[in-house]
Design a protein around this ligand. Sequence first.
Ligand code: PEP
Ligand code: MN
Length: 264
Amino acid sequence: KLASREFKQDSTIIKVGGQAIGGKDVHLMAGPCAVESRTQLLECAFAVKEAGATFLRGGAFKPRTSPYSFQGLAEKGLEYMVEARSETGLLIVTEVMDPRLVPLVAGCADILQIGARNMQNFPLLKEAAAAGKPVLLKRGAAATIEEWLMAAEYMMLEGNHQVILCERGIKTFETYTRNTLDLNAVPVVKRLSHLPVMVDPSHGTGNWWMVSPMSRAAVAVGADGLLIEVHPSPGDALSDGQQSLTPENFQGLVQEVHQVAHAI
Ligand code: PEP
Ligand code: MN
C-alpha cells in the first residue's frame, strides 16, 4: 500500500509554499470555521498570523448538517481567502465538497481540505487528488483508521502522494462532547503510515475551553500540526462559535503548545 510504512519507511514531508509539514515543526492552521465577511476574515488572519500560525483555515463551502444553516460565501469566500493570503503571507487551506468545483478551489487554495463527511466520497477524492495540490484528508466521524488510510490510498493511486491526515473526533456513545477526539489514532497512524497526521481539537471536542488542553495532548502524542477554529467574536459566529477561540485565547494556546513541543 502506498500510504504504508512498508512501502516507504521515511516519514513524508510535504513542502508547500516554503513550509514543510511532517518535519520537526508543529504547524498551526487557524482561522474561522466559515468565511463570513471580508473584515471578519482579515481580522482573524492578522490575529492568527501574529500569534504564530503558518496557515489560515476558513470554509467558503460549508457542509452544514441543516440545509437551513449558513452554507458559506462560496466564490466570494475564496476571494477573501486569497486576499487574506496576500495581505498576511499565510498559506490557505479550504474545503472542497463538490468534484465539479475542484478546479475553482484548487486554483485558490494551497491545501485542499476534504471534510469528514466526504472521506469516502471516492469520486471527490480522485478529482481532488488529480488537481496536484496537497490534500488534508479528515477522518470520517464513523470511519476506522483502516478505512481512513484506504481513502488516502485512493488519492495516492491518482499519483498525488501529498496527503495530510487529520483526526477530528469520532462518534461514540459519549454525548457531553461533540465528538470523541481519538488521539490513539496519532501513534497508530505514525506506526502504520509515513504520512503526516494533524489533529483538529475544535471539532474533536466542540467546546472552546477544551481546545487548548487537547492541543497540548495532541502535540505530546506526536501530531504534526493542529487545525484550530478562531473567531474575532465567537458569540456572533455563523457556525461553530461554541468551539471557536478568541484571538487572545489562541495566543495562549500557541504558548502552551510550544512548551509541550520543546519538552518532547
Ligand atoms: C471544517 O474543518 O471546516 C469541518 C467542516 O470539519 P469536519 O469536516 O471535520 O466536520
Ligand atoms: Mn467548524
